[in-house]
Design a binder for this molecule. Sequence first.
Ligand code: CDP
Length: 230
Amino acid sequence: MATPAFITIAVDGGAASGKSTTCRNLAKRFHLLHVDTGSHYRTITLALLRANIAPDDTAAIEVALNPSAADTSITTGTLLCGNSARLTINGTAPDAADLRSPAVNAAVSPFAAVPAVRHFLFAYQRSQVATARTHGFHGLIMEGRDIGSVILPDAHLRIFLEADPAARAARRAAEGGIDSIVTRDQTDSSRSTAPLLCPPGAIRIDNTHVPLASVVDQIAALIDAARAAL
Ligand code: CDP
């Protein structure tokens, strides 16, 4: 069978809106590279917290993330784990439990609102398209808050997932996380650089009352249709 045309898919949405589960499933089904950009912000947050830098200390953040500052230089890399690409900082990808700790949950949105943090990740995130091609994936599925609006505005398919805050809070609590998702959404939506929004032309899918397996099937049909048009 011929290799299908390479496809790029952007999936955005608020906290605990089902992005990761949906994207992981679709990545396996279509042999796509899955990139969770929320984990990138969590990785940077962890590194800055460990360096005792606060989100409002923009001067210290800029120095820490400046690639030409020899004494503090942070180098990024990619670790492939099956269909997932994980960001490494100075050669190490932090544990998932550390990335989802209450401290990181509380600090990640304030750090993600700092332009220097977003600037630091911009080229790296875009470079994941080439990583997916190099490693023979049939496409890339990238999730976040600004993927369809800023990182991959020309993606073949752009999806915006949403669900009632109560349903999302219940999901997060069921995962055992301590997380103020409404506060994070407010910070993410109101920041001036790359706010959380449904970009014009993206397909909105509300999954408050829909099982995630049905959402996966719905997006799978959209992928098939988008591919047929390539
Ligand atoms: O898993 P959950 O949906 O709760 O959050 P996440 O996707 O891990 O994202 C954590 C935080 O990273 C978000 O609340 C945003 O502040 C930030 N983020 C962002 O600003 N832009 C992105 N493209 C992805 C995440």
